[in-house]
Design a protein around this ligand. Structure first.
Ligand code: DGY
Length: 357
């Protein structure tokens, strides 16, 4: 089928060998899969490409395999040219991609839900424990050779049993975090547009509430919503002030969900007990003021960073790309329904573990 022809709103791939552009190195099993479907170009740079480099690299591509730091907008799609049929993001989040621009052009966008749910929930709970039990602060004492001794009132943290976890965004990751919290004896409230199933609510004893009510109650507030126009700066000065003074804020979603300057002010004013952040508003930059606080735990966007999970993410992105190149619906798509694509097999068949993203 020639470039530009359409099935419904989906553009079929152009004839000839497919050109697949991978914007930064991904796990080898994923590259192997892609090699079976066309000529693969992988960026030789171990860094994000500049906009200019990206535009040059994608020229003539049938598929772009992108990472979360790549800005995939209409200009990039036009720089790729009319052959582009699929952008396969190696991430569950897709705020780096202009979805309407892709849909308008009949380009399928895919993401990698499900395969990173457990890894991200594990890291989230590691952060909950680290900030409430002052783990990193304690480690700094030892490493700096600061004198210390066991004392009744030394470095007391905050226990989790019988406390309330507030989950903002009860998708698969939110649910997985809530499961872990239940094992620590916590009560669960959650907010957001998605209602958990009755089974999940019963299993977790979870109650859906308005965000303000969640902020009034929760001893730990954990963010698991996607970054959209509605959730940008969701945690602003007013909402931070609304949190309990003894509450902790944890973020493994996207940095801009928190107004970082407002967070610094809230910490300075003692409006909250602490924060643990895996993601930052101007990533990879971190507000220097955050480094001043002992009650803040900071890690460099490692929510999904296990060998197994990163491999599974790469492989799922590659399987999506290969499917689209073969004229089949991808396994996990962002705009497939809008493009009129039939749904593929349930997520559980794509990857082991719990479904969803
Ligand atoms: C994602 O997949 O969106 C994560 O942020 C990657 O770690």
């Amino acid at each position: 089928m020639s470039s530009g022809s359409k099935v419904g709103a989906l553009r079929m791939r152009a004839e000839g060998t497919a050109r697949i552009v991978v914007t930064r190195r991904i796990p080898e099993p994923a590259i192997e899969l892609l090699r079976g479907a066309g000529e693969v170009w992988v960026s030789p740079h171990d860094r994000p490409l500049s906009t200019e480099e990206l535009h040059e690299a994608v020229s003539g591509a049938d598929v772009v395999v992108s990472l979360l730091h790549d800005r995939i907008d209409g200009a990039l799609m036009d720089a790729a040219g009319p052959r582009l049929v699929c952008v396969a993001n190696v991430a569950v989040g897709f705020d780096n991609i202009d979805i309407p621009a892709a849909t308008e052009r009949g380009i399928v966008v895919t993401n990698t839900p499900g395969v990173l749910t457990d890894a991200t929930a594990d890291l989230t709970f590691a952060l909950v424990l680290a900030v409430t039990r002052r783990l990193c602060e304690g480690e700094r004492v030892i490493r700096s050779k600061t004198p210390w001794s066991w004392q009744m009132f030394y470095m007391l943290g905050s226990g989790l049993a019988d406390k309330t976890l507030g989950v903002v965004g009860m998708g698969a990751i939110g649910v997985a975090v809530a499961r872990r919290a239940r094992a620590f004896g916590m009560n669960i409230v959650y907010s957001g547009p998605v209602r958990a199933t009755a089974e999940v609510e019963a299993e977790l004893g979870a109650r859906q509430v308005e965000l303000d009510e969640l902020l009034d109650q929760a001893h730990v507030v954990t963010l698991h919503c996607p970054l959209t126009d509605e959730t940008r700066h969701l945690m602003n000065a007013e909402r931070l002030r609304r949190m309990r003074k003894d509450a902790y804020l944890v973020n493994t979603s996207r940095g801009p969900v928190i107004d970082e300057a407002a967070l610094v002010e809230a910490l300075r004013a003692g409006e909250i007990a602490g924060a643990a952040l895996d993601v930052f508003e101007h990533e990879p930059a971190v507000s220097p003021a955050l480094l001043e606080f002992d009650n803040v735990v900071l890690v460099p966007h490692i929510g999904s960073a296990t060998v197994e999970t990163r491999t599974a993410m790469g492989v799922l992105a590659a399987r999506n790309a290969v499917a689209v190149l073969a004229g089949e619906p991808p396994w996990t798509t962002v705009n497939g329904a809008t493009l009129g694509l039939p749904a593929r097999a349930p997520e559980a068949e794509v990857a082991p573990g719990r479904p969803g993203g």
